[in-house]
Ligand binder design. Structure first.
Ligand SMILES: [Zn+2]
Length: 620
């Protein structure tokens, strides 16, 4: 067990939630579409005058010499998204929602919202910047008894959606550009991986309660800031699955601990990164590696550097990733495919004879390591410069950086953490005054705590059940079901027990549409089949059947009461000695037999009622 308290773990979340209103600065609908529409190509050239002091992150991106292709679907983009017409707005509904959210987290709302331009360097915005407005500051929530600061709260536009990245061309679709996003940042007040999940669930519930936010994968994205006392702040961007939050945090803590440990051993060894880049192509003339052979044929070369004292720090036992991937990620920013290093060689067709030749040429000793890049001279040398930068950082510990979340819970280096102050006033949108009277008149949804209490009281659920319905995000669906007169225990049992069971069997119950699930439970309510048949019916629906087909395929046509009674009478008749001997004590054993006969077809309560009546008749 890792003691996060002792490590001084600090986590802060930045939550971006898409709003279900029109776009923020035009009247296009906030809809993702399959349509590609008209395409246009633009080049991005960040100039010193635009950026003031050109920061390192901007430089890094610019060096790659990318150009951008934009798909402009007619249905959900217009001249505003193409940056050929000034923005309008902001959308009043989006504004209202952001203000409600600010009030719900007890924040101080600004007197006037000023939209600002934030420089965007990855091409995801046609204008080269993202517009963002500060709505409120200094909010706070108490979650699981801990105070979590919430600040700032902003309203901003979503970026274009990346659909393809091919060589030097990145393609974005503009359907997502301009969708309003509410951005809430927590302070670094979260102390454990699990707490991060709870906080995200809680804030997600607040947003959902407004009933004006988008639902489903990709509509809420979390950036996570993580640091431990001896480490540094690392930002992980784009976590889409809430349940994965703890995994990202655990993995990042482990990575920082690894970096700290390597820093110590590099210090002990008096490690050094020398400046010289060696041209090693001649040593690889006879190399049997396919990649090396074809590279040399195309006029590329093999270049290398020595890392004094780095032996064994790049890759550990059983291929455990250590500093190797960190160096490779920096090298890739120069446009190369990757690196080879001495902890992993011989491999990939590079043999020990070549490795020994490199060791000789670089005049290496026992604790030294080498890194090779196979590419055109300029690119290879740029890549090795980056490797050197990262290796020097490794001797200092954990560098501050921004990393991208990968679905499996790992992360990859994106860029050094970018400077905060890159905001310029948005002159096309006038300041938006907030009238205090207007704020007071806003109707706020109930808080999660109030809701959990009310569920308990109104629907007879226990605290755990109502809490789980909320945390798993089923509270709205549950409430809608209650409005349609569905039995609360049947509904909560389905959401909290049947769903996880279906997941275990490989189904994706969260793919079920709310309307379909409501329909199924309404059929149960109307007596079309018994609640015991719900798992089977949901399974069949998830396999692609309609509700009607599923009920009939599950063999759940209702059995009428008369028939049920007859079958029960026969069961008792066949065991009359047993019933005479045990009296009402026969109830339990016989119930098992009856259930076997009718499971899923007849409600268990009804069965036990009839069985009890029939046994009583026998005993009297
Ligand atoms: Zn538009």
């Amino acid at each position: 067990m890792v003691d996060y308290q002792e490590l001084g773990l600090k986590v802060g979340l930045e939550i971006h939630q898409q709003l279900d209103t029109n776009k923020l600065f035009c009247s296009c609908p906030s809809e993702m579409v399959d349509e590609i529409g008209k395409e246009l190509v633009r080049f991005l050239r960040p100039t010193a005058s635009e950026l003031g002091e050109v920061d390192k992150a901007a430089l890094m991106e610019a060096r790659k010499g990318l150009h951008f292709k934009y798909q402009c679907p007619q249905k959900s983009s217009c001249l505003v998204e193409m940056d050929e017409e000034p923005p309008q707005g902001p959308d009043p509904n989006a504004m209202e929602l952001a203000l409600k959210m600010a009030m719900m987290v007890n924040a101080s709302v600004v007197d006037e919202v000023h939209f600002m331009r934030k420089i965007v360097i990855d091409g995801s915005n046609t204008s080269g910047f993202q517009r963002t407005g500060l709505i409120a500051t200094d909010g706070e929530l108490v979650i699981d008894g801990n105070r979590i600061g919430i600040s700032p709260i902003c309203l901003e536009e979503d970026a274009g959606r990346k659909v393809e990245s091919k060589g030097k061309e990145k393609t974005y679709r503009l359907d997502r550009l301009g969708i309003p996003l509410i951005e809430l940042a927590t302070g670094p007040d979260i102390k454990t991986p699990e707490e991060a999940k709870h906080v995200a669930q809680y804030i997600g519930g607040l947003l959902r309660a407004t009933r004006s936010v988008k639902r489903g994968i990709g509509t809420i994205r979390e950036d996570v800031n993580i640091s431990i006392a001896e480490g540094a702040r690392v930002e992980i961007k784009g976590v889409q699955e809430l349940k994965m939050l703890p995994t990202y945090i655990e993995n990042e803590v482990e990575r920082q601990l690894m970096l700290i440990e390597k820093m110590r051993s590099l210090k002990d060894r008096e490690a050094k990164v020398s400046g010289k880049v060696y041209h090693l192509t001649d040593l690889f003339k006879e190399c049997s590696s396919k990649i090396v052979k074809s590279s040399l044929k195309n006029g590329k070369g093999v270049y290398g550097i020595k890392l004094k004292g780095f032996n064994g720090t790049l890759r550990g036992e059983e291929g455990k990733a250590l500093l190797g991937p960190e160096l490779a990620a920096y090298a890739k920013t120069a446009g190369v495919g990757g690196i080879f290093h001495s902890d992993e060689l011989p491999a990939y067709g590079i043999e020990s004879v070549e490795c020994e030749a490199v060791v000789n040429e670089l005049d290496m000793e026992g604790e030294d390591a080498f890194v090779l890049v196979v590419d055109e001279e300029k690119r290879a040398k740029d890549a090795l410069e980056q490797v050197k930068i990262r290796a020097i950082l490794a001797m200092k510990g954990v560098p501050e950086e921004t990393r991208n979340a990968v679905e499996d819970g790992s992360t990859v280096f994106l860029r050094p953490i970018s400077g905060g102050a890159r905001m310029y006033p948005e002159t096309d949108i006038p300041p938006y005054p907030i009238n205090p009277g207007y704020l007071e008149g806003l109707e706020l949804p109930e808080t999660p705590d109030e809701k959990i209490k009310r569920f308990k009281k109104e629907y007879g659920l226990n605290k755990q059940q109502s809490g789980q319905l909320f945390r798993k995000g089923y509270d709205l669906l549950f409430e809608d079901m209650m409005k349609e007169g569905i039995d609360p225990s049947i509904a909560s049992n389905m959401l909290l027990h049947t769903y996880p069971e279906l997941s275990k069997e490989g189904y994706e119950p969260d793919d079920l549409l709310d309307e379909v699930v409501k329909e199924v439970l309404t059929r149960v309510k109307n007596g079309e089949f018994a609640k015991e048949g719900i798992p089977k019916v949901l399974g069949l629906i998830l396999e692609g059947n309609s509700v009607d087909e599923s009920i009939s395929k599950a063999g759940l046509e209702v059995v009428d009461d008369h028939e049920v009674r007859n079958v029960i009478k026969t069961i008792i008749e066949n065991r009359k000695d047993f019933v005479q001997e045990r009296g009402m004590g026969a109830m339990g054993p016989l119930m098992g037999v009856v259930m076997k006969e009718f499971r899923g077809k007849v409600d268990g309560k009804k069965l036990s009622g009839i069985l009890k009546e029939e046994i009583e008749k026998w005993c009297s």
